[in-house]
Design a protein around this ligand. Structure first.
Ligand SMILES: C[C@@]1(CC(=O)O)c2cc3[nH]c(cc4nc(cc5[nH]c(cc(n2)[C@H]1CCC(=O)O)[C@@](C)(CC(=O)O)[C@@H]5CCC(=O)O)C(CC(=O)O)=C4CCC(=O)O)c(CCC(=O)O)c3CC(=O)O
Ligand SMILES: NC(=O)C1=CN([C@@H]2O[C@H](COP(=O)(O)OP(=O)(O)OC[C@H]3O[C@@H](n4cnc5c(N)ncnc54)[C@H](O)[C@@H]3O)[C@@H](O)[C@H]2O)C=CC1
Length: 185
């Protein structure tokens, strides 16, 4: 099993080594999560350059990872990806290795957002088409908009209570939520 967690990395720096097809798919994911992204590669594709990133058009050098919190090794040279991954791990950073995900410590799930909640799905191996297919099934099963703010407010109120009043308020909220999302039992 992997640790399933959502990381708040707003304002942190991601260094993406490699500027091709994989970089162009991952950069939007990193930007959407609020990271500042630097891309280092001798050739950076127009798709990558068009995004809100800092580009350094040159090969990777040791030392490029200083100040980073998250690293993606996505060049088309496995030896370079291995080097980047080893350097990142030595610095205690989060690192994804394209081509050999098991060499890194960070994997990319298929994600979806619906009704204000975020779902991330991993097969734990290299089966992106399965992750994508399951995401479609899950999306179909999820309710549309949910009154998240109202429920959060009710829960916040309920936990300020004590004794039976607290149990009753939380119990009513739990029943309302389960009925709304279609859990019958
Ligand atoms: C291990 C993993 C990476 C990791 O976790 O580090 C990985 C690995 C590989 N993907 C490959 C190919 C493609 N992957 C995609 C797309 C996605 N891949 C994603 C995840 C993961 N892909 C992780 C496993 C997830 C799991 O199984 O749970 C998604 C879900 C999330 C994301 O990328 O952010 C994202 C969908 C995003 C969305 O739809 O929203 C497409 C495009 C498409 O299908 O449209 C192509 C074909 C085009 C192309 O080649 O680019 C290859 C073959 C390389 C080769 O050709 O050699 C490898 C490597 C290998 O198998 O060795
Ligand atoms: N994890 C995933 O989702 C996928 C992984 N892959 C793997 O990722 C690798 C990269 O795939 P693509 O992005 O399609 O390749 P690509 O050919 O589009 O891009 C390769 C990039 O690596 C850069 N590069 C080469 N040597 C470098 C160096 N020394 N320092 C910095 N950058 C360097 C190139 O300039 C280029 O920008 C593939 O070899 C494959 O093993 C491929 C598809 C999907």
């Amino acid at each position: 099993m992997l640790l399933a967690a959502f990381l708040d990395l707003h304002g942190e720096t991601a260094v993406v080594v490699g500027g091709g097809a994989v970089a162009s798919r991952r950069v939007p994911t990193l930007l959407a999560a609020g990271l500042r992204v630097s891309v280092i590669a001798p050739t950076i594709s127009p798709d990558v350059r068009a995004q809100d990133v800092t580009c350094m058009e040159r090969p990777y050098h040791p030392g490029d990872l200083l100040g980073a919190r998250l690293v993606l090794a996505c060049t088309d040279d496995t030896a370079v990806n291995d080097r980047v991954t080893t350097d990142a791990r030595a610095l205690g950073l989060l690192v994804g290795h394209a081509g050999h995900a098991e060499r890194g410590n960070l994997r990319f799930p298929a994600t979806l957002e619906r009704g204000g909640v975020q779902v991330a799905l991993s097969t734990g191996r290299e089966l992106p088409m399965l992750a994508q297919a399951l995401r479609e099934r899950i999306a179909d099963a999820l309710p549309g908009t949910l009154p998240l703010d109202e429920w959060a407010e009710r829960r916040e109120q309920a936990v300020t209570l004590t004794g039976p009043a607290r149990d009753e308020a939380l119990g009513t909220l739990r029943r309302d939520i389960r009925r709304t999302v279609g859990v019958t039992a």
